[in-house]
Ligand binder design. Structure first.
Ligand code: SF4
Length: 169
């Protein structure tokens, strides 16, 4: 599990995460291959909960426009599979962005906690931790094996380039 930068109290007060404007939003979680197998085989999640591109199939929010992750409990504002939540969800509000064949660690400036804490000493310390974590051989191997999770996000701030090497391109 990735150590979190945003405290859970801040997350529980916010209604930004796990909700999406479009059914096929680029922001919806994309799963690693091993996470697909884990959710289907071990947790009995129906394969229909996943799209062909290994994304969680979003469901209409039922309150006007918008879509929800099928694992969000909107009443409690909590993830029902928190202990098993995908790598991308653990990483958020940081994201792995693919741009011009470069893999960048980026951060979502729409996260209110990030807005308040970007470039603080604690933020910079966390970036050091996260960069080391993502550049560890095991993680690099996972990312090379799952190039589908590298996506093009808009309105994110670049933090640092990751050294995935030529075979990730
Ligand atoms: S799996 Fe959990 S943390 Fe990830 S988007 Fe869905 S509800 Fe949110």
């Amino acid at each position: 599990m990735i150590k979190q930068f945003v405290p859970s109290e801040a997350c529980l007060k916010c209604q930004g995460c796990c909700r999406f404007k479009e059914a096929d939003s680029v922001w919806s979680p994309c799963l690693l291959d091993e996470e697909v197998l884990g959710l289907i085989d071990k947790e009995g999640i129906p394969a229909a909960s996943l799209s062909m591109n290994r994304k969680l199939q979003l469901i209409p929010s039922g309150e006007g426009d918008g879509f929800l992750c099928p694992f969000l409990s909107p009443q409690e504002n909590k993830c029902r599979i928190y202990h098993l939540r995908p790598f991308e969800c653990q990483l958020y509000p940081f994201l792995l962005s693919l741009r011009n064949k470069r893999v960048l660690l980026t951060v979502d400036l729409n996260c209110p906690y990030i807005k308040e804490n970007i470039n603080t000493p604690a933020f910079n310390e966390y970036i050091g931790y996260l960069t080391k974590y993502l550049n560890a051989p095991r993680q690099l191997c996972t990312l090379r094996d799952n190039p589908h999770i590298l996506q093009a996000y808009e309105d994110v701030k670049d933090v640092v380039e990751l050294g995935l090497g030529d075979d990730s391109k």
